[in-house]
Ligand binder design. Structure first.
Ligand code: NAG
Length: 407
């Protein structure tokens, strides 16, 4: 009797420590700009980082001490971000929509003191209204495109789903450069990578959840659907067995910064095309904050040729929509297991006026890294699998979806 009561209580506690966060999907900034015929102008004004690299010496020296590079291109990628969820900060709770991003480590939201156009269209954190707010005052900056996102650090209570994190450090952005954030559907970013990528000083959100004993296991999982029914789910503390079919293919993390793993080979229609051979083995990062699949420029250009895609002035690649069914299958081999994407899975349809564009889900991004080049397995890949991130054993798990999603 007592034993079963204990079991029952234990069951209750464990159910409580699995935290389910529904994710919603919205058109990306990129399709928004394309629909309004502004994409090319936008891209001209937002040359990825080229400006700041060239003019780095012109910035005040305080800004130069900011770690730069890796985060810049990341933020740029958010123009494609599509999956969002809700968090709240402070007491009483102030709600924000964020991208849950496995490719960065920081949490930031706009500050009420931000006067940039980007902040005007988003929820802003009002420190003065929160009784649990702890002032820090240190400046944080995220080097970004043609400028810097700047803010001040603070601590406050963070709620994600049913979990409350005490004293979570976060950035309140007081300056968001350019127009790139103006039209985004999200207010801020919640980073879920290893602390090594953090620009801020305190522990990242998931590290605090582990430290404060808020999750059952040091694991979180993503379900990113592209179908119409359930849009997506982030589960903190474990895996959702209703959503995938075992076994889980566990791939060891090779470098603890991003969720970085080894990619054995990338095949095109069954033939090894990239990353094969001992000397050219590839590293990939598993990145919920990037919507496409990205790779080194040289490889991506060859891949687009193999697909038979033609470039647009905006640096995207188009195929004739009638060819989708006959496009080559692209497969990623991870830890010996092959994940195959047919044309239906890697072509994105975007509507401009009365025209339907069929764009490939592959994009060139050169990540400068000592261990680079890196491929980025973004949502185009992650929507095809259930993905699991294990901080306890430093590994990423992939499993087959119970209901395969096809666009
Ligand atoms: C914040 O979100 C919660 C849950 O969706 C909702 O109940 C609450 O009313 C929201 N608060 C504000 C101030 O909008």
């Amino acid at each position: 009797m007592i034993r079963s009561l204990v079991l029952l209580l234990c069951g209750l506690c464990c159910v409580r420590s699995l935290v389910r966060i529904p994710l919603t999907k919205a058109p990306s900034l990129r399709s928004h700009l394309r629909a309004k015929n502004q994409l090319e102008d936008f891209l001209k004004d937002h040359q990825v980082d080229a400006f700041s690299r060239r003019y780095a010496q012109c910035y005040p020296s305080a800004l130069l001490s900011l770690k730069s590079g890796k985060t810049a291109e990341r933020l740029y990628n958010f123009m494609d971000a599509q999956y969002f969820g809700q968090i709240s900060l402070g007491t009483p709770a102030q709600n924000f929509t964020v991208v849950f991003d496995t490719g960065s480590a920081d949490l930031w939201v706009p500050s009420t003191y931000c006067v940039s156009p980007a902040c005007a269209s988003h929820h802003k954190f009002k420190a003065i209204e929160s009784s649990t707010y702890i002032h820090d005052g240190r400046i944080f900056g995220i080097h970004y495109g043609s400028g810097h996102l700047l803010g001040v650090l603070a601590k406050d209570m963070l709620k994600v789903g049913s979990v409350t994190v005490q004293n979570q450090e976060f950035g309140e952005s007081v300056y968001e450069p350019g127009m790139s954030f103006v039209m985004t559907k999200f207010d801020g970013i919640l980073g879920l990578s290893y602390p090594a990528l953090a620009e801020e000083h305190g522990a990242p959100v998931f590290d605090n959840m582990i430290k404060q004993n808020l999750v059952e296991k040091p694991i979180f999982s993503f379900f990113l659907n592209i179908g119409p029914e359930k849009e997506g789910e982030l589960l903190l503390g474990g895996v959702d067995e209703d959503l995938f079919v075992p076994p889980i293919n566990w791939v060891p993390v090779t470098v603890k910064g991003y969720w970085q793993i080894k990619m054995d080979v990338l095949k095109v229609q069954g033939t090894s095309a990239f990353c094969h051979g001992d000397t050219s083995s590839c590293q990939a990062i598993v990145d919920t904050g990037t919507s496409l699949i990205a790779g080194p420029t040289m490889d991506i250009l060859i891949l687009q040729q193999l697909i038979g895609a033609t470039p647009t002035p905006a640096g995207e690649f188009l195929v004739d929509c009638s060819r989708i069914k006959s496009l080559p299958v692209i497969s990623f081999v991870l830890n010996g297991v092959e994940y195959s994407l047919p044309g239906e899975s890697y072509i994105r349809k975007d509507v401009v006026g009365d025209r339907v564009l069929c764009l490939t889900g592959f994009v060139a991004v050169d990540i400068v890294s000592p261990k680079g080049p890196l491929w980025i397995l973004g949502d185009v890949f992650l929507s095809q699998v259930y993905s699991i991130y294990d901080r306890g054993q430093d590994r990423v798990g992939f499993a087959q979806l119970k209901v395969p999603s096809i666009a």
